[in-house]
Design a protein. Structure first.
Length: 399
């Protein structure tokens, strides 16, 4: 028996464990200090009332033999039509028309971002922005694929554009981006679509943070760009949109006309899902279906506005300090340059020790993340205000 030795090529993921260990060590040495975490990507607001009510109704359905649900409907890979139709409605409000069979309900974007690779040969070359959400790199290392990096730097506003002299088969784009908060305009995405069509490549577009976009020039879906249905798969999530990080629900769009080597990727994905996946629970799907109702959307917008306000507080604090950053405007992440030439971990230690504020060192997201630092807007307003006050005291008179 042989193991998949590509797993041995994975780097230990030290980032969040080291952040956690250093924070715990500091707290045990200074039990009187109130440490504020602006490091985690998890949400803090509870589910919207419309979602809770829908889930309660679904629990009741499960308790009567007339309305009990077992496995979900086969027809749409176990997605219920009411949920699929609410997602179609949300796309059509963006001017994008989708058929029911193009939407696949998932237990979150992370699983599908990894699982989609079942469709592609191990010989394909992958292009991944650096820095980026680590899942794209690790899942391809596990499969033994060759990975190229597209540099996301201050010079290109952390939005790498295609280099037509480089040949890639699978390209990941994440917009608004984790960790940099940078987001592509429709024109910029149009260039990536042009690249993918020319190279016969596939774009894997992670739109987990699309609900944070308010600037009308920025894209919320890759399908806002002509030609994207011939080259792109889109991954979406209720996690950050509606606080589903602990509930688990998302959706993946594989357009019917997306084909490679004469084979429909939509059909391949349906085959893959019906073989390896038995769907998302009825109760979860009914909760998710309430998100895009009029009432649900109004309520989740209130939660999103709460996080936006936190992002504004952090951005304004950095503006006053004269520290450069991206994100914070159409994204819950603020990606700041470490002050006084510190590297990412030096700044982490400095901020923890002197302001008792925890963030995430940018170097953990890729080589180009060195010298940067990620703060999130997902904390409470009180903690965010206090963290900003402390950062301002600490950093106002830096050398
Ligand atoms: N994509 C990005 C860019 C993320 O940052 C995250 C979570 O932090 C995910 C996907 C995962 O989302 P989900 O909770 O739906 O699996």
């Amino acid at each position: 028996m042989k193991i998949n030795s590509h797993f041995l090529d994975l780097k230990e993921s030290y980032l969040f464990s080291t952040v956690g260990r250093k924070t715990a060590e500091y707290k045990s040495a200074h039990p009187d200090k109130d440490v504020i975490r602006l490091s985690i990507g998890d949400v803090t607001r509870p589910l919207a009332p419309a979602v809770i009510e829908a889930m309660h109704r679904a629990v009741d359905d499960m308790s009567h033999k007339e309305s009990f649900k077992g496995y979900g409907p086969d027809r749409y890979c176990y997605g219920y039509e009411s949920l699929i139709d609410s997602i179609r409605g949300s796309y059509s409000r963006k001017g994008i028309l989708l058929d029911r069979g193009e939407i696949f309900i998932s237990d979150g974007a992370k699983s599908d971002l990894g699982n989609i690779l079942d469709l592609f040969s191990a010989d394909n070359t992958v292009l991944v922005p650096d820095p980026v959400y680590p899942v794209y790199v690790d899942t391809n290392i596990m499969a033994g694929r060759k990975i190229l990096f597209a540099d996301a730097t201050e010079e290109n506003g952390f939005l790498p554009m295609p280099d037509f002299s480089v040949d890639a088969d699978i390209i990941y784009l994440c917009s608004p981006n984790n960790p940099t908060g940078a987001a592509y305009t429709r024109e910029q995405l149009g260039e990536w679509v042009r690249y993918a069509l020319e190279k016969d490549a596939v774009l894997l577009y992670d739109a987990a943070y699309e609900y944070f976009v308010t600037d009308p020039a920025l894209a919320r879906s890759v399908y806002e760009v002509d030609g994207a249905k011939e080259c792109a798969i889109e991954f979406c999530s209720y996690s950050k949109t509606a606080g589903f990080t602990g509930v688990r629900c998302g959706y993946t769009v594989v357009p019917a006309r997306l084909a490679r080597e004469g084979v429909s990727l939509n059909k391949l994905w349906a085959r893959r899902q019906s073989t390896k996946f038995n769907g998302v629970s009825y109760i979860t799907q009914m909760g998710a279906a309430a998100v895009f109702t009029e009432e649900g959307e109004r309520q989740i917008r209130e939660n999103l506005d709460y996080y936006r306000e936190n992002a504004r507080l952090i951005s304004e604090c950095l503006d006053r300090l004269g520290i450069r950053y991206t994100g914070g405007k159409n994204s819950p992440y603020i990606w700041m340059k470490c002050p006084s030439g510190m590297d990412s971990w030096q700044f982490f230690d400095y901020l923890l020790e002197h302001a008792n504020v925890v963030g995430t060192p940018g170097s953990g997201f890729g080589r180009n993340g060195e010298g940067f630092f990620r703060l999130t807007a997902f904390g409470t307003k009180e903690n965010t205000e206090e963290a900003c006050r402390r950062m301002e005291c600490l950093l106002a008179h830096r050398g």
